[in-house]
Design a binder for this molecule. Structure first.
Ligand code: MN
Length: 398
């Protein structure tokens, strides 16, 4: 790890090789953009004397595009590794304990994919036991849907149990009330910085020109509402009540050592989805329920790469806007303890999880806290940390 004058605890995944961006509010001050170093945040508006960072979102910086992203990162690294930097910039460092972290970017459009073959297979087996687990389109295109940008919330925001309409196959008629099958989906999110022009698809090769970085996403899901409403137009109110994102956006530039091949695609994609230099990512996630790790989903197993998702999403000419967020879909590996949702971990509630305190869980109860974390290989060995996204279930007011 490169040496910095800034205090970085031994073993921290937030060294100079990471430097994720976020938005923070110092005590008594206005929100502004910073990068995390160790357990501090460096105020970029102050350290770089650049007004683009005196903003309550990353969007003005994201809109500048990849040359500016690279330039700013080089400036920050130089500042943090120059021994003379301490005298000039120590005052711009704030302990994390003294600041409030906010939603890092203003979400433009939000799209959620379904890129894990294991996840799609598990859900297919549960919901269509008599049919092929994967539907015929699944290996031809990355399946996705448009979510609700306005309910993407910052980590730590309480998640109120949604009410909605549900009807189990054995029920005579639907009922309306609080969801009784509240779940999570452990996902990665990709944050678009540079916009694109309407009518001009962005190919797989344009991924790093348009996507700034990666955050953690928890796509909270009410399975009972979802199961009743989703035919034939897809997820709607079972998803749109809340989607939580992590406070730190890790730039693609910090993920060079994590870049890897995607698993072999056994059906050759159509030419516009071919990923010549694949953007697989060797990122290890963990899912914690009330302090206990219940799953370790491996992102490296995802069938579709985020470059293929981006190419598909723009293949009809739909333009990208600064702040667009597209998420991977639930990340599930082949092992039971690698599944990224409770519906899979408990096999639709039939196999409850036994927790350390002696209780059992199928779906989430009021007061439960779920935290997702992730790490990735660092360029010089060791690991960089993507931080965490957390949320606690609050009771339904209904
Ligand atoms: Mn999802």
């Amino acid at each position: 790890m490169t040496t910095t004058w800034a205090p970085v605890p031994a073993g921290s995944g937030f060294g100079v090789d990471n430097l994720p961006y976020g938005v923070f509010t110092p005590a008594g001050g206005d929100p502004r953009v910073g990068v995390r170093i160790g357990d501090h945040v460096l105020d970029l508006a102050a350290a770089l004397n650049d007004p683009v960072f005196s903003a309550d979102s990353l969007n003005p910086f994201l809109a500048l595009g990849p040359a500016a992203w690279r330039g700013v990162r080089a400036e920050i690294v130089a500042l943090l590794t120059d021994p003379a930097g301490e005298a000039a910039h120590a005052a711009a460092l704030h302990p994390l304990a003294d600041v409030a972290l906010r939603l890092p970017f203003e979400v433009a459009d939000y799209v959620d994919f379904y890129a894990s073959e294991q996840h799609a297979t598990n859900l297919g087996r549960m919901f269509r036991p008599d049919a092929a687990a994967l539907l015929p389109n699944w290996k031809h295109l990355p399946v996705g849907y448009h979510g609700r940008a306005g309910t993407v919330v910052s980590s730590g925001t309480p998640v109120v149990r949604p009410a909605g309409q549900r009807k189990a196959p054995s029920d005579e008629a639907p009922v309306f009330g609080p969801s009784v099958r509240l779940d999570i989906e452990a996902e990665l999110g990709f944050v678009v910085g540079a916009p694109s022009e309407a009518g001009k698809p962005v190919g797989t090769g344009g991924f790093a020109e348009h996507v700034f970085g990666v955050c953690l996403v928890n796509d909270w899901s009410a399975r009972d509402i979802q199961a009743w409403e989703y035919v034939p137009l897809g997820p709607f109110l079972g998803k749109s009540f809340a989607t939580s994102v992590s406070p730190w956006v890790v730039p693609l530039e910090a993920l060079g050592a994590a870049r890897t091949a995607t698993p072999a695609q056994d059906l050759a994609p159509l030419p516009h989805l071919v990923d010549e230099e694949p953007w697989g990512l060797d990122i290890a996630l963990e899912v914690e329920l009330n302090g206990q790790i219940v799953s370790r989903p491996p992102y490296g197993q995802m069938y579709w790469s985020p470059a293929q998702m981006l190419a598909h999403m723009t293949s009809n000419g739909a333009r990208l806007r600064t702040g667009d967020l597209f998420a991977s879909g639930t990340i599930s590996g082949p092992e039971r303890d690698q599944r990224g949702s409770f519906i899979e971990l408990t096999w639709n509630g039939a196999e409850p999880l036994r927790l350390a305190d002696g209780t059992e869980r199928t779906f989430l109860e009021d007061g439960d806290t779920v935290t997702l974390r992730a790490t990735a290989p660092a360029p010089g060995g060791g690991r960089i940390d993507l931080g965490e996204v957390t949320g606690r279930i609050a009771p339904s007011p209904a």
